[in-house]
Unconditional design. Structure first.
Length: 211
């Protein structure tokens, strides 16, 4: 088992918001398995600087920019950061495929923005997620609720990694079949064992009427 890093990766927040068990397996136990989704995502990130990127006049663009936050204890890289002539800073996270139903991608982008704010002493009210399949930007408003969720998730990830206890799978999750760690995690088997254990315990429960 690897030791928890001094600063947790930005991607750990994404993984935790998707599934705490997946986050632990990757960042505490060093487990990772590629599937078609993760392979496609990796290739897209490797060629971000080669993708068509609309750049307005006077906008400076940085690719794979390292960022961190001492306050939140997180670090990572931004796929793309635009620096506009008016001083505004606009992070853009590239994601493979269409928009997902869950908050994890938005959370990762917001975490990047909070890192940039701390490093550059600026205010970043919004950023965007660029979905490579549709070739469209989806603007994310980085409001107070999202900021608080980033901070809470960072604390939750730190506590999870420090606990050295792998959490159980999410029950009845539609996320599991798409997860690259599905075969390693075996959520159906673990949840079934828990259900059988609960049923077994109930078989020998004596009610007040029976006593």
């Amino acid at each position: 088992m690897t030791e928890p890093p001094d600063k947790i990766p930005l991607s750990a927040l994404n993984q935790y918001a998707y599934c705490p068990r997946r986050c632990y397996l990757i960042h505490a136990e060093g487990e990772f398995t590629d599937n078609i989704h993760t392979q496609s995502g990796t290739l897209e990130h490797e060629r971000v600087d080669q993708l068509a990127h609309e750049i307005k006049k006077g906008v400076r663009v940085e690719f794979a920019l390292p960022v961190w936050s001492d306050r939140l204890g997180i670090s990572g890289r931004c796929d793309v950061v635009e620096f506009h002539p008016d001083g505004s800073v606009y992070p853009i996270e590239y994601k493979h495929g269409k928009r997902k139903r869950w908050l994890n991608d938005d959370l990762q982008l917001a975490a990047q923005a909070l890192c940039l704010e701390e490093m550059l002493n600026v205010s970043i009210p919004a950023g965007a997620i660029y979905h490579t399949q549709s070739k469209r930007r989806r603007e994310i408003i980085i409001d107070q609720a999202l900021r608080e969720t980033v901070a809470a998730t960072a604390l939750a990830v730190i506590a999870l990694l420090d606990s050295q206890q792998c959490p159980p799978p999410i029950e009845d999750s539609k996320r599991c079949p798409q997860c690259s760690l599905n075969e390693l995690c075996t959520p159906e088997l673990i949840n079934e064992k828990a259900r059988l254990h609960q049923l077994s315990a109930q078989l020998f429960t004596v009610t007040a009427d029976e006593a």
